[in-house]
Unconditional design. Structure first.
Lengths: 245, 227
């Protein structure tokens, strides 16, 4: 157990481990993605109210879940990096931000496309849309701060602080906006006693959620590998790696 | 080495910042002028219909106050950063978070409190009623310290950067959303003659949370930026 943590502290070990994991994650992600898309777009029953246009849900909802999940990962990794001075956690925190911003953007765009036939408008100042938009701004702030600071280590630590401050604020922002205005449909999956979603729609949704998670881990590892190479570019093992290729 | 008690250190820093500000009065006046000017631009842009102004007035005044607070934020550490006294503060034996609280409270007295003095005037310009105007004062008194406290975290993160100002607004403005929502809706609600105790409780809760957490975050951010 401790040996694992110790090894993960070594950027070189992480680089090679992540390199071996990425193809497997890619294959698994592809399998889940194809099955989820086929199940969601072809097999799942048509909604009695929303017709076929609800099927964008299979992209929209997992993307919205990921947008929050990635922020939590980013803040968690940032906290670990700040407390235990783990270089790898800093790298993970920094690599999370652009992926999270992309998922947030995807959730906003698909939501807007879904909103057009359902609500008759591309955009409404509804609570969830607004808090998702603010989440996107939080991500962009993290990225801007990271780009602005020259020194990589300082940049990672500064963005970690910002991510933690953001995590404290996300629930406050969410509930304040919720109070302010609500039009979005209520959650239909997290009511554990009796989900108000049909089981034939729930399964592809969950499969897609797993596919998105796998995709996130894969891209995260790829970005983290790049970041490791950049940070360690003056070390012996990176030089050997470059000369060998 | 004997050190002064903590409350003494707090007071010394607080008084020093006030004294520095009163020696450069323009820094107190400029955000105020900005606040008045931005608010005065809105009737010119959207028309002078009193009913319309009454409806959007609370939001306009609060957005203007928010921007004025944002613009004045940068001055909180700048001169200290340039002459090196910020590094001396970091080396002090006292907890940095308490010293940060002293700086923020002094900064609020310099930049936040004057907003309270002109806000009723702007309320009159935008035709807010007496109730709404009183609530505006109350929400500004509760809300602007939160803006200063949260904003200082952003300033601490960007203090060494050359293009800090633009990034600061990107970092800080999303975090200002709850204050803006509760404060401006409290003013609108008061204008409609309804009870605002829920809004005020939430604003007080935000203030308590910001007061207890943000100095620590500011101190941590400052140590990173100056490392």
């Amino acid at each position: 157990m401790w040996r694992f943590f110790h090894q993960m502290g070594s950027p070189r070990y992480f680089y090679h481990l992540a390199g071996r994991l990425v193809p497997w994650l890619g294959v698994a992600c592809l399998v889940f993605l194809l099955y989820g898309l086929y199940d969601g777009l072809v097999l799942a029953p048509t909604d009695y109210q929303q017709g076929d246009s609800y099927r964008i849900m299979f992209i929209h909802v997992p993307a919205a879940w990921m947008s929050l999940f990635i922020y939590m990962v980013m803040a968690g990794a940032g906290a670990i990096g700040l407390i235990w001075h783990m270089k790898l956690a800093e790298i993970i925190a920094v690599s999370c931000a652009p992926i999270g911003a992309s998922f947030t953007f995807l959730a906003l765009v698909t939501g807007s496309i879904w909103g057009k036939p359902m609500w008759g408008t591309w955009w409404v100042w509804d609570a969830r849309l607004t808090s998702e938009l603010i989440l996107l701004f939080l991500y962009l702030g993290v990225m801007a701060l990271h780009n602005a600071v020259e020194d990589k280590r300082t940049a990672a630590r500064a963005t970690s602080i910002l991510a933690i401050v953001g995590v404290v604020n996300i629930p406050i922002i969410h509930y304040s906006v919720e109070w302010w205005n609500t039009l979005h449909q209520g959650p239909t999956v997290t009511k554990f006693d009796a989900p108000s979603i049909d089981i034939d729609m729930l399964i592809p949704l969950l499969v897609m959620a797993v596919a998105f998670k796998l995709f996130f881990v894969m891209v995260l590892l790829m970005r983290a590998r790049c970041e490791v190479l950049q940070r360690e570019r003056n070390t012996q093992w990176v030089r050997e790696l470059v000369e060998a290729s | 080495m004997s050190t002064a008690p903590l409350s003494h250190a707090y007071l010394i820093l607080f008084k020093r910042d006030l004294l520095l500000a009163f020696r450069k009065r323009a820094e107190i006046i400029n955000p105020l002028l900005f606040f008045v000017l931005v608010t005065a631009l809105f009737p010119l842009g959207i028309g002078a219909d009193p009913a319309l102004l009454r409806a959007v007035g609370p939001g306009i005044i609060w957005v203007a106050a928010l921007l004025a607070a944002l613009l004045s934020l940068e001055t909180i550490f700048r001169s200290d950063f340039e002459d090196g006294s910020l590094e001396q503060l970091l080396l002090s034996p006292h907890p940095l978070s308490v010293l940060m609280l002293a700086k923020v409270s002094a900064h609020w007295v310099i930049t936040g409190l004057p907003l309270l003095l002109v806000a009723p005037l702007l309320g009159l310009l935008l035709d807010l009623g007496a109730d709404a105007n009183a609530t505006l004062l109350l929400t500004l008194a509760l809300g602007t310290p939160v803006l200063s406290l949260i904003g200082t975290i952003g300033v601490a993160l960007t203090v060494g950067l050359r293009r800090g100002g633009m990034i600061l607004s990107l970092l800080v403005l999303p975090l200002y959303v709850p204050v803006l929502i509760f404060a401006s809706s409290a003013v609108s609600t008061a204008g409609a003659g309804l009870s605002i105790s829920a809004h005020l409780s939430l604003l007080i809760a935000l203030l308590a949370l910001a007061l207890s957490l943000s100095p620590a975050a500011t101190a941590a951010a400052l140590r990173i930026s100056l490392s």
